[in-house]
Design a protein around this ligand. Structure first.
Ligand code: FES
Length: 158
């Protein structure tokens, strides 16, 4: 594994331990998860115990120690989104992707997660794909979004 990006990320934060969470976010953005080798390098560069690093990495739900899919699907199941049909959308996503929340498709294209609020309740139900919000979601729209991503991928690969 090429760990040069980890070096550059730690350099960017000037080896500050107080920046650990930001460093871990950047490392996860780079590798799509937190590889053990990368965490060991972060621990070494920050002169921290690896167990402390793991403590932080496992405390926050936004971090993953296993590889994530290329696309992150996050569905809000907070109260406002739940009462407007969140469970039906979740059922549709599970059916289309054949995975449960917290899992990644076998082709490593999609990871599915549910959260309790994305902070945009007025446009619920809300789904986020990578960093883009989709409001007033329905099961059909959710399916079409996944299908569109899959079609674009097929177009690029064919
Ligand atoms: S409850 Fe869904 S965005 Fe707040």
């Amino acid at each position: 594994m090429d760990l040069k990006p980890v070096d550059l990320i730690v350099d960017k934060y000037q080896e500050k331990r107080t920046a650990l969470i930001s460093i871990l976010h950047d490392v996860q953005d780079k590798y799509k998860y937190l590889p053990e080798e990368a965490l060991r390098m972060v621990a070494s560069r920050l002169r921290m115990d690896i167990n402390e690093i793991y403590g932080v990495a496992t405390f926050y739900k936004s971090f993953s120690l296993v590889p994530k899919g290329k696309h992150s699907i996050t569905l809000c199941m907070g109260t406002a989104c739940h009462v407007r049909g969140g469970p039906k959308i979740l059922r549709e996503l599970k059916s289309v992707l054949h995975i449960e929340p917290g899992q990644t498709t076998s082709d490593r294209q999609f990871s599915l997660n549910v959260v309790n609020c994305l902070g945009v309740c007025a446009i619920g139900p809300v789904m986020m794909v990578d960093k883009r919000f989709y409001g007033e979601m329905s099961p059909l729209r959710a399916r079409k979004i996944i299908e569109t991503i899959n079609k674009k991928r097929s177009g690029v690969e064919s």
